[in-house]
Every structure is written in C-alpha cells, then in structure tokens.
Design a protein around this ligand. Structure first.
Ligand code: HEM
Length: 185
C-alpha cells in the first residue's frame, strides 16, 4: 500500500559537512539520480527508434513539420504529440526505476483482498504493472499509438502507469525538469 514516505538519503542531512547525508550529499544524490535516469530513458528511446524505423520516420516528420525555428521553445512541446507518446511508451516498456522506493504501512489495511499488516514494508513493482496484459494490449511491443488520444499520464494518478512513482517519495521534485521534455496531456 502506498502509505507513508520511504526515507531516502535525500533530505537526511546530518549537518557535519562531510558531504554525506547533508546538503552536499543531497545535491550529489539529486545530480546522480537525475542524470542516470534521464540518460537511461533516452538510450531506451533511441534503441526503440533504431529497431522501429517507421516510428522514427513519424517522429522526424512531426519534428520537421512542427518546428519552424532553429531552437525549440517550451511552448513548442505541446505540438509534438507523437513524440510525447513515444516518450511515454519508452517509460512504460522500459521503466527506468522498475521498483519504487519501499514504503512502510503506517497502519494495517487491505488492498485488493490482500491484508497489509501495520509496519509492513511494501514494494511496488512498476515493471510488472506496466507489462500487465490485463491493462496493456500486447504489452511487450513498442506501440506509441496506445497513448494517442489517451488521458493516461505519468503524474502518479493513473496507477497503471507510474514511471515516476507517486505520492510521498515520488519524483515530484523533478516534474518541472521532466515537463521540459514530455508534456502531460
Ligand atoms: C526519466 C527520468 C526520471 C525517472 C523515470 C525518475 C523516476 C523516479 C522514481 C520512480 C522515483 C521513486 C518514486 C517513488 O518511489 O514513488 C524517483 C524519485 C526521485 N527522483 Fe526521479 N526520475 C527521473 C529523473 C529525475 C531527475 C532529473 C531528478 C533530479 C533532478 C530526480 C530526482 C529524484 C528524487 C530526489 C527522488 C526522491 C524523492 C523522495 O524521496 O522524496 N529524478 N524518481
């Protein structure tokens, strides 16, 4: 059950200035966590484009149709509907963080007929959720089209698609950064 916040190194400052568990440690954590995840996502997207030439052509076509200037402005992002769908599909098929930060149940509860005792550690398997054949048709195939005209978003409210987690401990601090690349619908 996604209750309570998993404590991570981020924000757990000890104030001794050794760069470990204080402000410097937090900055380092933010930097390393942030760069590795983004780079991995880009690599997966590029791998899928190389494997699926037709999809890559559609992305190219959309970019050259919608881009009028040499530089991309934030306001341009909403025009790249197909490209956005490709990013979402990449994060669905290859979730960069396949298991969320563990949570602890603050109180006993029941989720989908499973009894969760108080204090139990709960792990959320993002990979299994985003490959669930009950939710996703043909779950192992890269099909950006499934996100076209769909309201499913990555902001942590659509539980079938949570590549950035959700609630306390979710990747909320990064939303402004991620939104520069991928716009929610
Ligand atoms: C494609 C890029 C990224 C993905 C897929 C991603 C995914 C995630 C996920 C799944 C979590 C755990 C959420 C949970 O357990 O509910 C997380 C946490 C976090 N992410 Fe990201 N992330 C990305 C980029 C970034 C970037 C660029 C930064 C920093 C600039 C960042 C900073 C953080 C921090 C600080 C947390 C921990 C939040 C906390 O414990 O309160 N992430 N991210």
């Amino acid at each position: 059950m996604m209750v309570g916040g998993g404590k991570t190194a981020v924000g757990s400052g000890d104030g001794d200035g050794d760069g470990c568990g204080d402000g410097n440690g937090a900055s380092l954590e933010l930097f390393t966590t942030g760069t590795k995840t983004v780079v991995t996502a880009i690599e997966w997207a590029m791998a899928e484009f190389l494997k699926n030439k037709e999809i890559m052509s559609k992305v190219r076509e959309e970019l050259s149709r919608e881009l009028n200037a040499n530089s991309i402005m934030k306001s341009d992002l909403s025009k790249f509907t197909y490209f956005n769908a490709c990013i979402k599909e990449t994060l669905r098929l290859h979730p960069v963080v396949p298991v969320l930060i563990p949570r602890r149940a603050l109180e006993a509860c029941e989720v989908m007929n499973y009894k969760i005792p108080e204090n139990a550690q709960v792990w959320v398997n993002v990979w299994a959720i985003s490959h669930d054949p009950k939710v996703w048709e043909d779950p192992y195939t890269f099909k950006p089209e499934r996100f076209l005209g769909s309201n499913i978003d990555f902001t942590g409210h659509d539980f079938e698609f949570i590549p950035f987690g959700g609630g306390a401990g979710g990747c909320a601090p990064v939303y402004p950064v991620v939104l520069r690349v991928c716009k929610p619908c």
